[in-house]
Design a protein around this ligand. Structure first.
Ligand code: 5GP
Ligand code: MN
Length: 333
């Protein structure tokens, strides 16, 4: 029996499930958790969903998003734990220690850097979003979709493909989206909410972030830096800055976009976006991960030291000839 059939059997046969997503939750993680959670509940299962972070405001309209648990995880021996859209256990933040102890841990993900930490691992790196994998699992389980499951999956797939615009978008992605649109799902309303409309605080931060823009390595690298003080001044939070990094890569001639978020004098979060090179390898060198064209990591060291090291690594990478990916590559988060 292959891993997928084993996972389908576990989902069908067991009764208690604890689902968990990743830190700085994004549309794929939130949408996939809500869809799988509702589907299992509709089968009469007992389901708890934990999120190690705050739901960004733009996803709060999703049904069930107000019910995420953020602390107090306990796993009884018969409970099946499911990590969704998490490439490694560290991404589970405060829940990683408890999840590590799970007797049965399903790891459902699409990151190329996934560490296969589950007792069962369903990793499909061709899937544009974990939401695509969940869609197929629900079909295998013959669980009928509801409007809210369809909406959650549409949010998962549309966000991780940057609104069906990145190279990870496949014919299958569009087939899934077409099926989801048969339900009460409104793409115009959703994209307005998720992609277009941002709070004023986001633009106030963007103004400052763009003032920090630096072009390096013959203008092939663009860097922006955000500090905690900048977040405070603009009235925004780190959960809300998703997407700001894309301004770096979108500059004509820039190959690699980097965004530093200086959390403290000893901790820096780094985001990478590229047009053609594999930034997942770059992130992995610094204990992070992600996709070929969108990756990230966290480093415990002062900003300037981190920056010097990152730029050095990036320059080494850029001196190599830039090759286009032949298989579905990635640009979202
Ligand atoms: P973002 O830059 O939007 O935070 O993340 C882009 C991609 O990189 C996402 O797919 C995310 O999973 C991955 N990523 C970001 N930060 C980290 C990290 O610290 N560790 C790992 N393993 N992946 C990360
Ligand atoms: Mn994802």
């Amino acid at each position: 029996m292959n891993e997928r059939s084993r996972i389908v059997n576990i989902l069908r046969e067991k009764e208690y499930f604890t689902l968990v997503g990743h830190i700085l939750p994004d549309g794929d993680s939130i949408g996939s958790l809500l869809a799988l959670g509702e589907a299992l509940s509709n089968l009469g299962k007992q389901v708890k969903i934990y999120l190690p972070g705050i739901v960004p405001r733009k996803y709060m309209f999703l049904r069930g998003s107000e019910k995420f648990l953020t602390e107090g995880m306990e796993l009884s021996p018969g409970t099946v734990a499911i990590a969704v859209d998490c490439s490694d256990l560290e991404r589970l933040g405060p829940f990683s220690e408890t999840i590590k102890q799970a007797r049965c841990l399903l790891n459902i993900d699409h990151h190329i850097t996934n560490q296969h930490y589950g007792t069962e691992n369903l990793i499909d790196t061709k899937a544009a979003a974990t939401g695509e994998i969940i869609f197929h699992l629900l079909a295998d389980l013959e669980i009928p979709l509801t409007d809210s499951i369809a909406e959650a999956l549409y949010v998962a797939v549309s966000t991780d493909t940057g609104s069906f615009k990145y190279d990870n978008t496949t014919p299958e992605t569009h087939r899934i989206a077409a099926d989801l649109l048969e339900y009460n799902v409104h793409p115009g309303v959703l994209s307005q909410r998720i992609f277009d409309e941002r709070p004023l605080s986001y633009y106030l931060l963007l103004r400052e972030a763009l003032s920090s823009l630096e072009l390096l390595c013959d203008s092939r690298i663009a860097v922006i830096t955000i500090s905690k003080e900048m977040l405070k001044r603009s009235g925004t939070t780190v959960e809300e800055i998703d997407g700001m990094i894309n301004y770096t890569r979108d500059i004509e001639g820039v190959e690699l976009g980097i965004m530093f978020y200086v959390e403290s004098s000893e901790e820096v979060k780094i985001g990478f976006r590229s047009k053609t090179i594999d930034v997942s390898a770059l992130a992995q060198k610094m204990n992070g991960g992600g996709h070929p064209r969108a990756a990230g990591c966290r480093v415990n060291a002062p900003y300037l030291a981190v920056k010097e090291k990152v730029i050095q690594e990036a320059e080494i990478l850029l001196k190599k000839p830039c090759v286009r990916f032949s298989e579905a590559a990635w640009t979202g988060s």
